[in-house]
Design a protein around this ligand. Structure first.
Ligand code: NAD
Length: 296
């Protein structure tokens, strides 16, 4: 059993926190929302009155926050984690944030005497609840070794991606590919249908041919071939347009910093930006099919 502080009990963090409790850890939970803390308490966590209280005897701190500014504030603000936690505590940030912010956070934490890793996740709320997330971890070997048993209780795959920030690199590069491949899959299914080939027949062929990809075989944006896909429930998420847009913006910002050419990544960003501006931020990201078909 490890003393764990869990901060950020939202859509993802709530389920992750429960899985740490179920694994037998003593978990002190904090969020700005009292309702979220109460829900965690009902599920066996100990309610904390603030960050200081949550981390005061922690051996491990896990955060699952909306964006980089929240992470930097919670770790390094007044009464933040690094001014309140025992120095031997390993710090694990599971939020999706900019590579640059993750690297800055790791450096600040190191300067304050802490081991910190970035460990963003792949998988949505269903995977968070089921404990089947994939974690992509950036940080030193020692940090990874300390974080792994905790992450194992919340996920089914835990990868060490290299030095600080590399977890975020893996996450945004993967999701940029996903954004591009989803739009390509939508265009391919629409083209096939317009030319007289039904979705199921095209799926049967392309899913065993060179166009095969996850967007097609696990998440087909055309209704029918993959029954569990959001396309069969009018594109209710799943993984919303707004979340995909967040990740594509992070990828674009990091690419500019690094001087990497991501022409199609930026086209994907513009496509999801327009969908969001038009009021479809809550649609599943595979709902780009509706735009390709000129339905929205
Ligand atoms: P969310 O907005 O539902 O939850 C964030 C929680 O953090 C909220 O409950 C909020 O009250 C809390 N919070 C904010 N500032 C705080 C502070 N200063 N102190 C304490 N608590 C604070 O977000 P989410 O959907 O759970 O996503 C969390 C992270 O996971 C994001 O970075 C997101 O990009 C990433 N992510 C989400 C999904 C998904 O499907 N939702 C999938 C993969 C990754």
């Amino acid at each position: 059993m490890t003393n764990i502080a869990f901060i950020g009990l939202g859509n993802m963090g709530s389920g992750m926190c429960v899985n740490l409790v179920k694994a037998g850890h003593k978990v002190k939970a904090f969020d700005l929302s009292p309702d979220a803390i109460r829900a965690a308490e009902t599920n066996g966590a100990i309610a904390a009155s603030g960050i200081q209280d949550a981390v005061s005897d922690a051996e491990c701190v896990v955060t699952m926050l909306p964006a980089g500014k929240h992470v930097l504030e919670v770790y390094f603000g007044e009464h933040g984690i690094t001014s309140s936690a025992p120095q031997n505590a390993v710090l694990i940030d599971c939020s999706t944030i900019a590579v640059e912010d993750a690297r800055r956070a790791a450096e600040n934490a190191k300067a304050a005497g802490f081991l910190m890793v970035d460990a963003p996740v792949s998988g949505g709320t269903a995977a968070a609840d089921a404990g089947t997330l994939t974690f992509m971890v950036g940080g030193p070997d020692e940090g990874f070794a300390k974080a792994k048993p905790v992450l194992d209780a919340m996920g089914k795959n835990v990868f060490h991606a290299g030095a600080a920030g590399n977890g975020q690199v893996a996450k945004i590069a993967n999701n940029m590919l996903l954004g591009i491949s989803m739009i390509g899959t939508c265009e391919a299914f629409n083209l096939a249908e317009k030319l007289g080939l039904d979705a199921q027949t095209f799926f049967d062929i392309a899913s065993t041919a060179s166009g095969q990809c996850w967007s097609m075989t696990s998440y087909c944006p055309s209704p029918g071939p993959v029954p569990a896909a959001p396309s069969n429930r009018d594109y209710q998420p799943g993984f919303a347009v707004a979340m995909m847009l967040k990740d594509l913006k992070l990828a674009a910002g990091a690419a500019d910093e690094a001087g990497a050419n991501i022409e199609f990544g930026k086209l994907a960003e513009a496509t999801y930006q327009k969908l969001s501006e038009d009021g479809f931020g809550g649609l599943d990201f595979s709902g780009v099919m509706k735009r390709v078909k000129d339905e929205i």
